[in-house]
Design a protein around this ligand. Structure first.
Ligand code: 6PG
Length: 512
């Protein structure tokens, strides 16, 4: 398949949904691609798609911009040296499988291999070391799904700066673009006509692993953001009795205001959709069991390991877990009592919809505060210099959590790059003070009507915990000292001085 006379700019290995669309995005931006997949049908399909789009949209451009290769040796011999290779293969073993095969095929030391999958960040750190004698291992986490990959994703590259300097122009060209003044995405979904204006949604994140860590937290926030919207749907449908289409209208309206986001927009669209088989709202025909590939779980685990509270992200993972236990839920729905009267006859529906809008906004702030704080704590631990204004900036377009709201986060970090917690930013502190009353009403309503809202309420508990100067951890330390002589510090003595009370004998206090 390969025309040996032409050298190509970048190799794309793995032509699944993401790899194929990234390859087409790259060629639209005037870089030439050598493409390969173990499945030859995928190679043929990508070659065919490039040809189709070239003929349809780029009538004057006759030369193929992409070549399909039969094997990795052919990819290597098709590329300009030093080579750039983009891997789009499933995270885990397949990444190492391709790296090993590239070594056997003759990859050279100054060639760059970029892992664009959802790899575990610690694997990325290890890989940079492991392959350092063979080639430059680099990573770039990608968000945006199929459409993002094709017309502009959010890209989170990290690793060797030498590698970054070489790939940066390509990355800036293929990334999503944002209008810097409004923070809104500049979108055009036309093959052959990529968006060139605006700020590209990519920035060098830091040393190996940091980009995948940031993407992992993006996904944790994504899980929470999705679950928050689902809880609002539940409260409006089951709680208030609104139809799917009515909830879609509420969401579409919210999407015009401070809750504007891609996830809100698609949720309204999903809720409007009729089932092609029965005509019922499709959402009512979709089985209520949520899947997951694991990145939200990694975020929750990381928050627990590092001791950084991210309860709303963890609750979002649990919500998916409980959803999968359908048969147990079916049994328990017959067995366990809910509130005696959960009718909303007395409720002013419009007032509640407005209160819920405020609750959702507050919960969202709380959830992003958790995610950003987690990144900050991990950065400190790893010695990464993460620039949170830049991270918020590159999430304004292309990625799944893109939202108007990210412009405010960008500005908050631009004003104070050392912000310890987003809750401290004036803009959010004020909004939370103003809206928290409605947040509490929404949570109380969920509790009293028996509609589970673990994310909306855990986000409130996070807010209340951080605004509590005094927490009952004093009693907890007393309990620990009681049964385990674990000692405690005193409020009236210097920090670090440890005390123990002889609980089981004379109850005398000892400085330890
Ligand atoms: C993105 C998404 C993506 C994610 C899938 C599946 O940013 O484009 O986060 O990377 O992997 O949406 O996620 P789950 O299957 O875990 O929901």
């Amino acid at each position: 398949m390969n025309n040996q006379n032409q050298l190509y700019d970048i190799g794309v290995i793995g032509l699944g949904v993401m790899g194929k669309n990234l390859a087409l995005n790259i060629v639209d931006n005037q870089y030439r691609v050598a493409a390969f997949d173990l499945d030859e049908h995928k190679v043929k399909d990508t070659v065919r798609q490039e040809e189709l789009e070239r003929k349809q949209y780029l009538k004057q451009h006759r030369q193929p911009r992409l070549v399909g290769c039969n094997n990795l040796s052919e990819v290597l011999s098709s590329l300009e040296k030093p080579r750039i290779l983009l891997l789009s293969v499933p995270a885990g073993g397949p990444v190492d499988g391709v790296c090993q095969a590239l070594i056997e095929a003759g990859i050279e030391r100054d060639d760059i291999v970029i892992d664009t999958g959802n790899s575990l960040w610690t694997d990325t750190v290890e890989r940079e070391q492991r392959y350092s004698k063979d080639f430059l291992f680099f990573s770039c986490a990608v968000s945006g799904g199929e459409v993002g990959a094709r017309f502009g994703p959010s890209l989170m590259p990290s690793g060797s700066l030498t590698a970054w300097n070489r790939i940066e122009p390509i990355w800036q060209a293929i990334a999503a673009k944002v209008d810097a003044s409004t923070g809104l995405p500049i979108e055009r979904f036309e093959p052959g006509n990529p968006v060139k204006e605006g700020e590209p949604c990519t920035t060098y994140i830091g040393p190996a692993g940091s980009g995948h860590y940031v993407k992992m937290v993006h996904n944790g926030i994504e899980y929470a953001d999705m679950q928050l919207i689902c809880e609002a749907y539940h409260l409006l449908s089951q709680g208030l009795g609104l139809s799917a289409s009515e909830v879609a209208d509420v969401f579409a309206k919210w999407n015009q205001g401070s809750l504007n986001s891609y996830l809100m927009e698609i949720s309204a669209d999903v809720l409007k959709q009729a089932d092609p088989l029965t005509g019922a709202p499709l959402v009512e025909m979709i089985l209520d069991k949520a899947g997951q590939k694991g990145t939200g779980l990694w975020t929750a685990v990381s928050s627990l390991q590092i001791g950084c509270p991210a309860p709303t992200i963890a609750e979002a993972v649990y919500a998916r877990a409980v959803s999968t236990q359908k048969s147990q839920r079916q049994q328990l729905s017959q067995l366990l009592a809910g509130p005696a009267d959960n009718s909303d006859a007395e409720l002013d529906k419009q007032a509640f919809i407005d209160q819920l809008e405020n609750a959702l906004y507050c919960a969202k702030v709380s959830c992003y505060a958790q995610g950003f704080q987690l990144m900050a704590m991990q950065a400190k631990e790893q010695g990464w210099q993460l620039d949170f204004a830049e991270i918020a900036k590159i999430w304004r377009a292309g990625c799944i959590i893109r939202a108007t709201f990210l412009q405010s986060i960008t500005q908050a970090y631009q004003q104070d790059s050392g912000l310890e917690n987003l809750l401290m930013a004036d803009v959010f502190a004020k909004a939370l003070s103003d809206k928290q009353g409605n947040w509490r009403i929404a949570v109380s309503h969920a509790v009293m009507s028996g509609v589970p809202a673990p994310c909306i309420s855990s986000a409130l508990a996070y807010y209340d915990s951080y605004r509590s100067e005094v927490l009952p951890a004093s009693l907890l330390q007393g309990q620990r000292d009681y049964f385990g002589a674990h000692t405690f510090e005193r409020t009236d003595k210097p920090a670090g001085e440890k005390y123990h009370l002889n609980w089981s004998s004379d109850r005398k206090l000892h400085k330890v």
